[in-house]
Design a protein around this ligand. Structure first.
Ligand code: IVH
Length: 703
């Protein structure tokens, strides 16, 4: 019977809208998630049209989780930033069985276990997304961004049919707030159609499905995203409020599926290394037949409790690893060899190639690494060469093809002996394969430094990309980093440049202003000191707290930082000894670029701070590595052997020679429960000299 909205009561309208939403949602789920369509296109369309008309005529029927929201919203001005409640981290990579075995052994050693069940999944080559549901309704979707914060792409994600707008399930089975994470992708089959359409309307084709997924998801006009057939696989739960009842990764996937989220059907539970290798081999064979790009297999320890114990090292979890597939190769012609000058003066050769498809991407440039590599492999202009590409890695020239035929006038390539940018001398040190321009004032080096300084992971100055980093020094606007912060005084001069235009000039100046609030680690990293990456910048920042203190750091102080060795310490001391660099730091501080690191040291007032421990024997509730990590986190030292400096020996079961030595040296021996009370609650074990030496009698202290 036809529903007649004109003669219906408000309650009937609400009920009808609910019924239509229910039918469309259920049809969508069957179609997109379960691959088992129920309604044909015409039936689906009729329901959608009716619902759209109802909502248009009765705005009070509007609802964010209505399937009509999937058609997209009006264009947005930009994306808001979303800070991830739990960072979205990356995965470590291995490339062969040995690499996988080494990872698995490290995890088992850490846990002191002989084996641990795992889950094998496909590594989808798309974009990571985090979607938050409040009371079961999609509230926000964010891209991964730099892992700490991403972009709010909610309106766009609402248009993805396989993403539930509302989680299914009995009330009480869905946590009040839950963040589901996964990978968005564009199916390969749709990619070709999309590109053909783009070309017909004169738009540039996307290079690969991954870029097209990213481009589609970052449309400011979500009705444009709605036209792109994006899809998504969920693979984990991020932030949750409410009871956490799930205890394994496998159960996580089952729960997500139960709530209506699409999970990948190839995922398997495995318990042996052989099963993992068989999964990888099978995936490799099937790879070509899948309708989405994958670049490997992800292996995860199944138990969430074990995942929690394993934790992270740097940005990578110890509980998961990506097994990357071998690089894809192709043959092409090396048209010419060019040389670039990098930020530290390194001269890097690159190959201009006859464009060729490798692993779904057209490649026209590839790296040749360094001078020695060219000499050793005798790459010459005009050669047929083998190139390869693995995941996001820059394509590289591997070797001269066995089918290469050289003409009689082919000559070995001669690497330039002067800097192609400033013409200065170059030098090749004995221990490194790199040829460098020795001119500290080389313009090309400075241009790269500027670009690095402004990059997203450094000072994040919008508008100061590759081109502007070249133009500003060339046109005499900046000759050192500090000059950037004086640029606002020359706004009028900038406006006179044909190239820039008012909006771009003002955006650049705004970007520069905004960068003043970047934290100290970013500034330290931005300076481009050889060997200082984001992580070591963070250590320096935490230890010295401000720029002047870093500048004055002695080699001894630097060496005392965990992770900083002699090479880095020397480089830093040398960098800050150069007058020009000292002046730069002084100028930056004077210009107000002087961030202070106020991160609280969690360990500062913990009684374990600065205390030396040795851990021995078998512990009940944790492994020795975990105990050592705890000690370090709280600022203590965990050393390997008992000496006169050892303050506590944590002795588990079957403690051997270390226990004997500790007793000989009168080192305070503590039990695991004393240790836990010490670490967790700061209860310092009573010394046997002061109190009773009987451990039983110490016990009440802990309860
Ligand atoms: S798990 C702690 N599982 O790979 C990291 N990631 O290299 C947890 N990816 O940013 C990630 N398929 O975008 C995981 N089955 C899968 C994946 C997957 C693709 C992506 C994801 C992540 C990147 C890490």
């Amino acid at each position: 019977m036809q529903f007649d909205s004109a003669s219906s009561t408000p309650d009937e309208l609400v009920a009808r809208a609910a019924q239509l939403r229910e039918e469309i949602n259920s049809a969508n789920r069957l179609y997109y998630v379960e691959n088992a369509p129920e309604l044909d296109d015409a039936e689906w369309d009729a329901r959608m049209q009716e619902l759209l008309a109802l909502e248009a005529a009765h705005p009070n029927l509007h609802s964010n989780d209505s399937p009509t929201q999937r058609v997209g919203a009006p264009p947005a001005a930009g994306f808001d930033e979303v800070v991830h409640p739990i960072p979205m981290l990356s995965l470590g990579n291995v490339f062969d069985e040995d690499g996988f075995l080494a990872w698995y052994k490290r995890a088992l050693d850490f846990l002191e276990l002989d084996s641990a069940p795992m889950v094998c999944e496909l590594k989808i080559d798309g974009l990571a997304l985090a979607i938050t549901y409040r009371n079961g309704v999609m509230e926000q979707a964010a891209t991964r961004g730099d892992g700490e914060s991403g972009e709010d792409v909610t309106a766009n994600v609402r248009t993805i049919r396989s993403v539930p707008l509302k989680l299914e399930g009995e009330s009480g089975t869905i946590p009040p707030v839950i963040e589901l994470r996964g990978e968005v992708f564009l199916p390969n089959s749709k990619f070709t159609t999309l590109n053909t359409e783009r070309e017909t309307v004169g738009l540039p084709a996307y290079v690969n499905p991954r870029n097209s997924a990213s481009g589609s998801l970052r449309q400011l006009d979500s009705s444009e995203t709605a036209k792109r057939p994006l899809d998504m696989f969920f693979y984990s739960i991020g932030y949750v409020e409410g009871p956490e009842e799930i205890s394994s990764h496998w159960d996580t996937l089952q729960a997500i599926k139960g709530w209506g989220g699409r999970t990948n059907e190839w995922t398997r539970e495995v318990s042996t290394v052989e099963e993992v290798m068989a999964f990888i081999a099978k995936t490799g064979e099937q790879r070509e037949s899948l309708d989405y790009g994958i670049d490997g297999v992800v292996i995860k320890i199944d138990s969430l409790a074990l995942q929690h114990r394993l934790g992270f090292v740097g940005r990578d979890p110890r509980w998961a690893i990506a097994y990357k597939f071998p690089a894809e190769q192709a043959e092409t012609t090396l048209k010419a060899i060019h040389v670039n000058v990098g930020r530290t003066g390194a001269l890097t050769p690159w190959a201009e190639l006859e464009p060729v498809m490798v692993g779904g991407v057209t490649v026209g440039r590839a790296t040749l690494h360094n001078k020695d590599e060219i000499d050793r492999k005798d790459f010459r202009e005009g050669d047929r060469v083998v190139i390869q590409r693995a995941g996001d890695v820059i394509p590289q020239v591997v070797e001269v093809s066995s089918k290469n035929k050289r003409s009689s006038d082919s000559k070995p390539y001669v690497f330039p002996d002067a800097c192609p940018s400033c013409g200065s001398e170059t030098a090749q040190s004995e221990d490194e394969a790199v040829t460098r321009c020795v001119n500290g004032a080389c313009p090309a080096q400075f241009e790269r430094l500027l670009e690095h300084f402004a990059s997203r992971v450094a000072m994040d100055i919008e508008g100061l990309g590759e081109r502007v980093s070249q133009d500003l020094p060339r046109l005499g606007f900046v000759s050192n980093i500090a000059d950037i912060y004086r640029l606002h005084e020359r706004r009028e001069d900038l406006l006179e440049l044909d190239k820039m235009g008012k909006t771009r000039v003002d955006n650049l100046l705004k970007g520069i202003e905004a960068s003043r609030s970047q934290p100290l680690p970013n500034l330290l990293f931005a300076l481009g000191i050889t060997g200082i990456g984001s992580e070591s910048a963070e250590w320096l920042s935490r230890r010295f707290r401000n720029l002047s203190a870093v500048k004055e750091a002695t080699e001894e102080e630097l060496l005392a930082i965990d992770g900083i060795g002699l090479v880095l310490a020397t480089t830093l001391v040398e960098y800050f000894a150069i007058e020009q660099n000292r002046k730069l730091i002084g100028d930056l501080i004077e210009l107000g670029i002087n961030p202070i690191d106020e991160t609280l040291e969690p360990s500062a007032d913990h009684p374990a701070n600065g205390v030396t421990f040795v851990v021995t024997g078998r512990l009940e509730t944790m492994s020795r590595s975990e105990a050592q990590n705890l000690i370090k986190m709280l600022g203590g030292k965990a050393t390997g052997s008992v000496t006169g400096k050892t303050e506590y020996l944590l002795a588990g079961a079957e403690a051997g020679s270390k226990l004997e030595k500790a007793q000989r040296l009168n080192v305070h021996v503590i039990t695991e429960s004393e240790f836990i009370a010490f670490m967790d609650d700061g209860i310092v074990p009573v010394s046997p000299d002061l109190g009773s030496s009987d451990e039983e009698e110490n016990a009440p202290l802990l309860s």
